[in-house]
Design a protein around this ligand. Sequence first.
Ligand SMILES: NC(=O)c1ccc[n+]([C@@H]2O[C@H](COP(=O)([O-])OP(=O)(O)OC[C@H]3O[C@@H](n4cnc5c(N)ncnc54)[C@H](O)[C@@H]3O)[C@@H](O)[C@H]2O)c1
Length: 367
Amino acid sequence: MTTDVIEAKNLVNADPVFGQLSFDNHEQIVFCNDKDTGLKAIIGIHNTVLGPALGGTRMWQYKSEWDALNDVLRLSRGMTFKSAITGLNLGGGKAVIIGDAKTQKTPELMKRFGEFVHSLSGKYITAEDVGMETEDMDIVREVTPFVTGISESKGGAGNPSPITAYGVFMGMKAAAKFKYGSDILEDKNVFVQGIGNVGEALVEHLVNEGAKVTIADISQERLEEVKSKYGATIYGGNDIYSEDMDIYAPCALGATVNDETIHKIKADIIAGAANNQLADELKHGKLLQERGIVYAPDFLINAGGIINVYAELENYDRAEIMRKTENIYNTTLEILENAKVNKLTTHNAALNIAKDRIETRRRENAN
Ligand SMILES: NC(=O)c1ccc[n+]([C@@H]2O[C@H](COP(=O)([O-])OP(=O)(O)OC[C@H]3O[C@@H](n4cnc5c(N)ncnc54)[C@H](O)[C@@H]3O)[C@@H](O)[C@H]2O)c1
């Protein structure tokens, strides 16, 4: 259900929340509004069977409230399965703030948002996502303890993005091992789409390994910066999906594997950091499987960030964070092999394991 297909006069007949296609029995959805600071946010709590719902806050200029709601529903659901498959005792949640992070984000707005998080008494724990920085979480920390991803100087584990990038790199190597029989990425043609916090750190790993890296971003400034640091090639074309490449790494926003792009993609492997890369998990997962494109499930390989923030709750040290993140390699390889043997899409193979873990805990909790 989207705004495109509903005329204004028919809106009254729509079920705008529980009727959304992306609604998946979410436990709680909280709409937050503050006139003074201009805050408009939605907190989505998908599932808390394994623990409190932890997931970052995204600030984005959504085209409509529907888009924002849809995003928070999809993202919070993804967090449930990400934590479950990574073996963390966390549920899935996420928050979106509607607005331009560059011009509308103020300390007052972040504090007010933190108060809304606090009002949930720990059922939802926040962290940073797109449009948020560690310093923003430090501000949220002034009004609630239910926040992670705060600065190291304030007792946090710091910016999770480099750890996320390392996990994506591990997942990509596992996918290469599965596809090519070797996990060495030297000379592989890798396109990184979105060179923000995670994308840049991924480029660094890839360049160090000798991969041929092409970068794409909507920000020319970022492209120049990353090119000058690592010597990557800036993508000059206008349809990245049609390009010849070995590996496509989506590291910007989600749903880039969709009805329009999927038939053009020539990559052998898709492995990136973006959440919800498949616009339609079932349909596009199946199409990738049929076309022999190895898809490393996003919620599995981009879990480094959540491992990093989980460390703040469990007091892990750096070595344990790195060990757990490195293990993404083994889990990815196991899931790709499991999918092949059981003739499943890789997404479903990963999802089944995550769902089993939640179901087992649900039964234990019930006894
Ligand atoms: N930061 C983390 O630890 C983490 C963890 C898990 C998942 N993710 C996901 O990874 C992705 C990247 O996260 P990030 O923290 O690097 O975000 P970021 O905001 O730092 O970077 C995103 C980059 O993508 C670029 N971009 C936006 N739209 C684009 C487009 N259409 N084409 C090309 N580039 C585009 C932006 O200009 C920016 O440089 C997001 O989807 C995020 O949800 C991040």
